[in-house]
Design a protein around this ligand. Structure first.
Ligand code: BTN
Length: 242
């Protein structure tokens, strides 16, 4: 595993995408940064992180997926890798807010942004961006965010986390390929607010109540609605209002 350590960059995802366009990268090439000036989150959001406090990393993988329908595997493998590593550092009440926010109790401690590109040879190359709040303790403007330091009252070596996360991701991806059901069940087990009535919103529509039942084999969120129907929603289609 090669790690490229940067001081400041616009976005480690953008940097790694650019690098992969100009040179042949090995799988699991990692870029980390102390600071991002244009850190990006899901759905066009901004990812803010206090300089040097947190883990900001992106991992390159290519040719590990057979087709588009397998992209969900990267989501599960990454989210569960974070959960598994965080558990070893005594972070309690971990869950995954679908599709891939990592929560400790009701606070978000990590976010994942996976960006895929489809090559002319049919292969898929992906950049898996991870922002994990490690040593930041001031979340004044982010009342729903927390960090490993806030939760445990101690500080951590963020660089030490990099190989642990990447190794666990590799193991998870292998396990998914051997037995997709197994990791799928593990993911469903740790779904945030499963079984709890919650407000949801679809694009350009009014909010409605629903209860998360689980996740389908194709990665869709299964929600029980108030009229007793069960509906599956794809990535980016639905937002939990939490
Ligand atoms: C989210 O929760 O919305 C996803 C956040 C992803 C943030 C990480 S930090 C490293 C990588 N570079 C980026 O610009 N974004 C991701």
């Amino acid at each position: 595993m090669k790690v490229i350590k940067l001081d400041a960059i616009d976005s480690t995802n953008d940097f790694l995408k650019g690098l992969s366009a100009t040179e042949e990268l090995e799988n699991y090439t990692v870029v980390t940064a102390e600071n991002q000036t244009k850190g990006r989150g899901q759905m066009g959001a901004v990812w803010n992180s206090e300089k040097s406090k947190n883990l900001i990393m992106s991992v390159f993988v290519k040719g590990l997926l057979v087709g588009v329908e397998e992209i969900y595997k990267l989501n599960i493998a990454t989210a569960l890798a974070l959960i598994e590593v965080l558990k070893t550092f005594n972070i309690q009440n971990l869950s995954i807010k679908w599709p891939n926010d990592i929560m400790s109790a009701n606070y978000k401690i990590a976010g994942i942004l996976i960006e895929n590109s489809f090559k002319s040879d049919g292969s898929i190359s992906s950049v898996i961006g991870i922002g994990l709040n490690v040593n930041q303790t001031n979340f004044e403007n982010l009342p729903k965010a927390s960090s490993m330091a806030v939760i445990t009252n101690s500080s951590f070596d963020k660089d030490e986390l990099v190989p642990l996360i990447v190794e666990q991701f590799e193991v998870n991806l292998e396990l998914i390929n051997l037995n997709p059901q197994y990791l799928w069940e593990k993911y469903t087990e740790v779904l945030f607010k499963k079984g709890v009535p919650m407000p949801f919103k679809l694009e350009n529509q009014k909010a409605f109540m629903g209860i998360i039942q689980g996740v389908s084999a194709t990665g869709k969120l299964i929600v029980l609605l108030e009229n007793d129907s069960i509906v599956e929603y794809g990535l980016k289609e639905i937002q939990m209002l939490y």
